[in-house]
Design a protein around this ligand. Structure first.
Ligand code: UP5
Ligand code: MG
Length: 190
């Protein structure tokens, strides 16, 4: 309905920084709907179509899919959820993603939550994860790191300049990280 406030928080961090893990805890505590850009793409990649194959290939190389496609998937998931509070996990990954989101969705995020974690720790976590993800091999992990540093860091700087960055130290244990995350989300409604 018109006038109804929609709350959106972007959650970003390098590969294996703990975005999905922290989002699951935010959902439980604060009633958000978790939209993982990577999970939405992995669902699409299952289709044996030209688009499915294209997504699979890009993800296996650690590259980014087109902004229009990922924004379309996010928009669809938002409409279907029935909720008015969303965590957008793993997006926007570059400036083009951010522009596409702004042009199509028109809802300003409250802030960008950045889970800051060292490369060594992220690599260790991903190699231990064992969830059968095709992109969890050392070659693709390195490419994902490079994309993060070259394309995603500028997005983080953009929100920092606007005073809309919330950064947590992701190198600690899950519950320690969540203590800081909780304090950030607790401020949302005041
Ligand atoms: N773990 C988590 N937190 C821990 C902690 N504090 N201490 C110890 N262990 C911790 O965590 C990773 C592992 O570490 C897990 O085993 C967890 O138990 C443990 P997880 O929460 O899964 O980390 P996350 O940051 O979600 O890692 P993920 O691998 O999902 O991040 P990526 O950013 O690499 O993956 P994503 O799924 O977002 O994207 C995959 C690909 O999709 C991209 O490479 C790209 O090709 C494509 N993509 C796009 O093209 N466009 C988009 O907009 C989004 C994705
Ligand atoms: Mg994830």
């Amino acid at each position: 309905p018109p006038g109804k406030k929609i709350t959106i928080v972007f959650v970003i961090g390098g590969p294996g920084s703990g975005k999905g893990t922290q989002c699951a805890k935010i959902v439980k505590q604060f009633g958000f709907t978790h939209l993982s850009a990577g999970d939405l793409l992995r669902e699409e990649a299952k289709y044996d179509t030209e688009q499915g194959t294209m997504i699979k290939n890009l993800m296996n190389e650690g590259k980014l899919v087109s902004s229009d496609l990922i924004v379309k998937l996010l928009f669809k998931a938002m409409r279907e959820s029935g909720n008015d509070k969303f965590l957008v996990d793993g997006f926007p990954r570059n400036e083009e993603n951010r522009h596409a989101y702004e042009n199509i969705i028109h809802i300003e995020p409250e802030f960008l939550l950045f889970i800051d974690c060292s490369k060594e720790e992220m690599e260790r976590r991903i190699l231990n994860r064992n969830q059968g993800r095709d992109d969890d091999n050392i070659d693709t992990i390195r490419r994902r790191f490079d994309v993060f540093q070259q394309q995603t860091l500028p997005v983080i700087q953009y929100y920092e300049k606007r005073g809309e960055l919330r950064k947590v130290d992701g190198n600690r244990q899950v519950d320690e990280v969540f203590e800081d995350v909780k304090a950030i989300f607790a401020q949302l409604n005041n």
